[in-house]
Design a protein around this ligand. Structure first.
Ligand code: FAD
Length: 399
């Protein structure tokens, strides 16, 4: 039986481990955490991400947990429309999903063919032309025909195999929270929760997850918001960070103040926004009898402004599964690993380029830059967003 080791049980690792196992591979999943855990936040899945999950056989599970996302346009803090809401360009609208729900669906997709080893921090990687690749934690080594590095932006495997790719700050910090449905503020009937507002170096996006789960006592419905601010992440306590957020976003249009007032410090997830510059030269490292591939943030961590990181991880997983479907260890699997690189690296380069352009526009500060940004948002952005949406919509899973 063909064997694979997947390093990292984030959403990318879980998706690919399940996909390989369902295709008949014997999979070992190594996770440094003491258990498989999801963030208490949510995720927007664009049509490409939805399609990728469908190609992985997880479409039905997604339908059960996802809420369709309306296009809400973009406003300035003074309420002026920068981008009017417009109809979706794709037949499938993007959806929003609570990460814990998605995590559960991905874990359910692992089946009983995946050996899960938690508390394993991979530190070493071994590849050679003759032997199967292996990873180790300093005490034990796991060897397999295929190693998938899905160990996130700080990937140890990538650092060993593609040291040219360095992790840098994108110049902003992000705060996210899900306000559980039972604490969500009651808004006037004519006021939508959903919305994106852009100020000088600041951005606030809110999306309703609905009241799903309220009857069963689940807390996974509610309101998801993401606040992004230029600058570094804050060392202060969550209480102080929340106070800062309330100050920064004071006087922004409703319901932003209501949402921040309903947020508790323990709801906050703060993160410095980081990316890989440059991207690794390759996403695949053929060896005998197959090789090592990079997947998800390990391969292409990018700013979150287009919300494409996880979508691309699912595309990676769907592409890898298709590439290795009929491959046997040896020359054929090495060829499949190279095919994965040929398919995925150019795609990631394109999306990263669009994300960086968008991130530069969205993070403008200073009067002149802001004026240029507002003009850009009025003219370029529909085009920019259109091209981003097209790139998202254009991806089709391999046959
Ligand atoms: C503010 C923000 C908002 C975002 N919003 C969206 C969105 O709306 N839509 C979207 O598509 N994307 C979004 N993203 C991007 C998305 O969150 C990431 O791209 C995605 O989570 C990456 O998943 P991953 O599995 O590749 O990596 P990770 O989620 O980082 O998982 C890596 C896993 O590997 C484990 N690990 C790490 N090192 C080791 C080791 N040495 N040994 C063993 N295990 C290890 C970690 O513990 C972890 O479980 C957003 C990102 C941010 C910051």
């Amino acid at each position: 039986m063909r064997t694979a080791v997947v390093v990292g049980a984030g959403i990318g690792g879980l998706a690919v481990a399940g996909a390989l196992a369902r295709s008949g591979w014997q999979v070992t999943l190594l996770e440094r955490g003491d258990r498989l855990r999801a963030e208490q936040t949510a995720l927007v899945l664009w049509p490409n991400g939805v399609r990728a999950l469908g190609a992985l056989g997880l479409g039905d599970g997604l339908d059960a947990i996802a809420t369709a996302l309306p296009d809400v346009g973009v406003r300035r803090p003074d309420g002026h429309w920068l981008v009017q809401p417009r109809p979706m360009v794709d037949e499938r609208a993007p959806v929003v999903v609570h990460r814990e729900d998605l995590h559960d669906a991905l874990i359910a997709g692992l089946g009983d063919r995946v050996e899960i080893r938690t508390g394993v921090r991979v530190r070493t990687v071994r590849t050679s032309a003759a032997d199967r690749p292996a990873v180790g934690d300093g005490r034990t080594e796991w060897e397999a025909d295929l190693v998938v590095a899905a160990d996130g932006v700080d990937s140890v495997v990538r650092q060993r195999l593609a040291p040219e790719a360095t992790v840098v700050s994108s110049g902003s910090a992000a705060w996210r929270a899900v306000i559980p449905w039972y604490r969500a503020p009651k808004l006037p009937a004519d006021q939508s929760v959903n919305g994106e507002t852009l100020g000088a170096g600041y951005r606030f996006v809110a999306i309703s997850l609905g009241e799903r789960g309220s009857s069963g006592g689940s807390t996974r419905g509610g309101i998801y918001w993401v606040a992004t601010a230029a600058g570094a992440s804050r060392p202060e306590s969550p209480e102080t960070q929340l106070a800062l957020l309330r100050r920064w976003y004071a006087n922004w249009p409703a319901p932003i103040g209501d949402l921040l007032a309903a947020t508790e410090p323990e709801d906050l997830v703060q993160q410095e926004v980081r990316e890989l510059r440059p991207l690794p030269r390759g996403f695949a490292f053929p060896s005998g009898p197959g090789g090592v591939v990079l997947l998800g943030d390990a391969a292409h961590a990018m700013p979150h402004h287009l919300g494409q990181g996880a979508c691309l991880a699912f595309e990676d997983a769907a592409t890898l599964r298709s590439a290795v479907r009929d491959a046997v260890p040896g020359e054929s699997l090495r060829g499949a690993v190279e095919a994965y690189n040929r398919a995925r690296r150019p795609r990631a380069v394109t999306v990263v380029r669009q994300t960086r352009r968008m991130s530069a526009v969205l993070q403008s500060r200073g009067r002149l830059a802001l004026r240029a940004r507002d003009a850009a948002l009025g003219t370029i952005t529909p085009r920019l967003m259109g091209s981003a949406a097209t790139a998202a919509a254009a991806w089709r899973p391999p046959a």
